[in-house]
Ligand binder design. Sequence first.
Ligand code: SF4
Ligand code: SF4
Length: 177
Amino acid sequence: MKYTPEKEERKIKDAAARPVSTGQGQSAFDCRMCGHCCEGRGGIVVDDADLARLCAHLALDAAEFERRWAERRGGKLQLRSLERGGCVFFVPGEGCSVHEAKPDICRAWPYFRGNLIDSESFALAKDFCPGISPVQEHADFVREGIAYLQKQGLTGHMGKDRANALRIKDLLPDPEK
Ligand code: SF4
Ligand code: SF4
């Protein structure tokens, strides 16, 4: 079947509208606090809203925050990674040291755009993240994910510095567009 953005959007909306049908009523996602998603290198985008929240949390101004904890990559501010890999704010055995103020992209995982629109990305995410139920179907994940992102207020801010993984406005029910 030929891919078109319209078909993909329709598919997502149909999936989002369907009731949960698998997993014996389990949620599609339940974080196991393994820290795996904090162990990568780079990619944690800090947009304007994140920056303001993190600066307030750490009592730093933006310039000082950037100097200590972030770097510019591809035109976007991102958290630094440690030499051994992993986010600069990840503390082994304890987790995220800025949990209350962490970037939206961290709050949104695993409901990234790629995982919502592409079942193969979703399958890879299931392999990567033990918090995603292995018995869940993509449609249920989409439905729960969109509801979660809306409830958490992660669908509104769409500035140019926003992480691409959070750009899902076209997938939302019409009243939110
Ligand atoms: S990889 Fe998944 S289960 Fe592990 S901490 Fe990240 S979100 Fe939670
Ligand atoms: S900010 Fe916190 S949740 Fe986000 S990657 Fe870093 S340690 Fe993990």
